[in-house]
Design a protein around this ligand. Structure first.
Ligand SMILES: Cc1ncc(COP(=O)(O)O)c(C=O)c1O
Length: 415
């Protein structure tokens, strides 16, 4: 074990040294009401209803009954996993290309993540790739709208209905994105969001759960906010379940509410810019822009990404990306750590050694995680270059500049 592991850098710190000719997402554009809402919290002596205000506003904007604010999406999805009450060893099918935060809650509950491969040519899973993973132990499908591209939800929902499975959404990267006019996060039973500082609705930290289901909402509040506790007269809290105290702080709610107010414009701008830049680079031979299907009616693009055709260039994607950085695209690089079957060494070991819940019982079969688990995702991510500095600060001129940089690097390395 490494003695002094390099400390992870978050938010602005991770982006601080990124230089280039194109915008950096930091410093973030802050909503005009941010200071006012923060001042309200301070002036109230911490009695403000800021969290409830954020929750009500977010729920109403999504046309759902319930929103529950959390300190992030990792907690939001952990609360949902706890709320669902599956059994240890039950399987949840989940996107293979995602963030650790998507799956932590599954591990805490001793559910078994089964990673669905991505559909060819994209970063998302599909009904077809999910169907191959369904077993008698499958209980739910957790979809991730990666980069902000919404998964093709109608076939996924139909498949889930056929097999009596819950669908829920990790909408972290797709806030206010739309699928056939329907908002991300409103298509499954529930959804989790992230308002981490680098996310589209960057608010320092924060997240939330939304759902239209009264039972799920009640259970989330019990497991997520109330520490799984019920009140016993003349005694106080008794803990009847292993619940969390994952509440959003008032000051975070103030920032989050202010950021939400500017998010529709920010998302509309990202949608326009991602489509423009995709179209521009699509004209460069050997450069394959990430397909934006017609069903993605609003592409709330958190990051920008494209693939290179390895047959067209004499260098690999890593070298290509490094040259993009040199030419002025801050943060361009590969995102192979998003490949969960490969990055989750912890799971690989547990599954190989059949450590609980991989022991039988509660598991019903053997599991294995590695590059061969999801070969399409593995192959795709080898040639996929992305940068998370893409944001609403982009103008048409920036798209032209980015496309020109990609064209120059492409010509330099063309076979
Ligand atoms: C798809 C996805 N899910 C979950 C998370 C975790 O969100 P948070 O940092 O708010 O816990 C992230 C964060 O990067 C993410 O991108």
């Amino acid at each position: 074990m490494e003695k002094h592991p390099q400390l992870a850098k978050f938010g602005a710190a991770a982006y601080a040294n990124l230089k280039g000719k194109l915008p950096n997402i930091f410093p973030r554009i802050m909503g005009p009401n941010c200071a006012k809402y923060l001042q309200e919290v301070v002036a109230s002596g911490l009695t403000s209803d800021m969290v409830a205000r954020f929750e009500t506003t977010f729920a109403q904007a999504h046309g759902v009954k319930h929103c529950m604010a959390t300190p992030g999406c990792t907690p939001a999805l952990a609360v949902l996993a706890a709320a669902f009450e599956f059994q240890p060893g039950d399987e949840v099918i989940v996107s293979s290309v995602t963030d650790y935060g998507t799956i932590l809650g599954l591990l805490v509950e001793n559910y078994i993540p089964v990673f669905a491969d991505t559909a060819p040519g994209t970063v998302n899973i599909s009904a077809e790739t999910i169907e191959r993973c369904i077993t008698d132990r499958t209980r739910a499908i957790l979809v991730v709208h990666k980069t902000g591209l919404i998964c093709d939800m109608d076939p996924i929902l139909a498949l889930a209905k056929k097999h009596h499975l819950i669908v829920y959404e990790d909408a972290c990267q797709a806030v206010l994105g739309k699928y056939k006019g329907r908002l991300a996060g409103t298509m499954g039973l529930a959804a989790g969001y992230s308002f981490d500082s680098e996310k589209t609705m960057g608010s320092d930290m924060g997240g939330c759960i939304i759902t239209n289901d009264d039972v799920v909402a009640e259970r989330c509040r019990f497991m997520g906010h109330s520490r799984g506790a019920t009140m016993k007269p003349d005694f106080g809290r008794t803990h009847t379940a292993r619940g969390y105290a994952y509440r959003m702080p008032l000051c975070t709610a103030a920032v989050t509410l202010a950021q939400f107010e500017i998010s529709p414009d920010a998302v509309a701008k990202r949608d326009r810019m991602v489509r423009l830049l995709s179209a521009l680079i699509g004209k460069i031979p050997g450069i394959i822009s990430l397909p934006i299907p017609d069903y993605v009616t609003v592409y709330s693009a958190w990051m920008f990404g494209f693939s290179i055709d390895p047959k067209a260039f004499s260098c690999d994607a890593r070298t290509f990306a490094a040259q993009l950085v040199e030419e002025g695209i801050p943060g361009a690089g590969l995102g192979q750590y998003y490949l969960m079957p490969e990055s989750m060494v912890y799971l690989q070991e547990k599954a190989a050694k059949k450590i609980y819940p991989y022991s039988k019982p509660p598991a019903s079969r053997d599991y294995h995680y590695g590059p061969e688990t999801c070969p399409t995702a593995h192959a795709f991510m080898e040639h996929f270059i992305r940068w998370c500095t893409f944001c609403e600060k982009y103008e048409e001129s920036h798209c032209a500049m980015a496309a020109e940089i990609i064209r120059r690097v492409a010509e330099r390395n063309r076979k």
